[in-house]
Design a protein around this ligand. Structure first.
Ligand SMILES: Nc1ncnc2c1ncn2[C@@H]1O[C@H](COP(=O)(O)OP(=O)(O)OP(=O)(O)O)[C@@H](O)[C@H]1O
Length: 253
């Protein structure tokens, strides 16, 4: 499924954003605080309705899809997800399978074995096996972030939309999550990440969208979208890229 945004407007947040996102790629959305990144990701997930404009998946407006079908297609990890109940990590992750559960006669119904296998894959991918029985209230901030990411991964959606998924992770878990998301894209899924770390966007994304004051300021391959002159202008800093392709670092004055 492709994912398209047409002229999205949310007063004070998005000022006419149009994008065509492709599966099989890691797309990074970057921009200063308040640029509209989270608002755009919420609209792309179908959870926030724009005042005008439309988001479509393969030409179908997202609000025409039944909620479970939309959830099977689009997994969304918000910036500060709430955990409503103090369940175990395993139970939290298993909630990611809800979109696949329903009547056994339903076309998209998953068997219990498929659910178990997806939950096991997500727990292992986020290095949560030793914590699976632990109540969520007794996790560190980064462990909780990994559990919430695993919940989304367990749903095995066609699109993974994640708002600053690396923010609370240590270096090795952040690197593991980036590798996993790249592998998901290589397997044909769509991956869209809001990132603050421009070096991760430069080195690990296939495409970078720079948002500024609710508008797309640049959109393209990382080395073009993250041109130092544009970075300097939009973030209001002196910026230079150092090092070789794939391992660039941003030097900020
Ligand atoms: N629920 C809301 N209602 C109205 N305005 C909002 C709401 N949430 C955010 N805003 C405003 O919309 C603009 C864009 O916010 P958004 O959270 O999308 O930015 P962002 O780029 O994700 O920022 P950050 O990097 O700080 O997370 C900001 O000016 C913000 O103050």
């Amino acid at each position: 499924m492709d994912l398209r945004a047409a002229s999205l407007v949310l007063p004070g947040r998005l000022a006419g954003v149009s994008l065509a996102l492709r599966p099989g790629e890691v797309t990074a959305i970057v921009g200063p605080n308040g640029a509209g990144k989270s608002s755009l990701l919420s609209c792309l997930s179908g959870l926030l309705a724009p005042a005008s404009g439309m988001v479509t998946g393969d030409g179908t407006p997202l609000d025409h899809l039944p909620p479970r079908e939309r959830a099977r297609r689009i997994g969304y990890l918000p910036q500060s997800p709430e955990v409503a109940w103090d369940v175990s990590v395993r139970t939290l992750v298993s909630l990611g399978r809800l979109p696949w559960q329903g009547s056994p006669l339903h076309r998209a119904h998953a068997s219990a074995a498929e659910d178990e296998a997806a939950i096991a894959r997500a727990l292992a991918a986020m290095d949560l096996d030793p914590l699976a029985a632990r109540p969520v209230s007794r996790l560190s901030g980064g462990e909780r972030a990994r559990a919430l990411a695993a919940r989304v991964l367990a749903g095995e959606p066609a699109w993974l939309l994640a708002d600053e998924p690396l923010a609370n992770l240590d270096l090795s878990h952040a690197a593991a999550l980036v590798r996993l998301l790249r592998a998901q894209a290589e397997a044909g899924r769509g991956v869209v990440l809001v990132l603050h770390d421009l070096a991760t966007a430069m080195n690990r994304a296939d495409r970078v969208i720079v948002l500024d004051r609710g508008q797309v300021a640049a959109d393209g391959p990382p080395h073009l979208a993250l041109d130092p002159a544009l970075v300097s202008r939009i973030w209001g800093i002196g910026a230079r890229w150092l090092g070789d392709a794939g391992a660039r670092a941003l030097a900020v004055d």
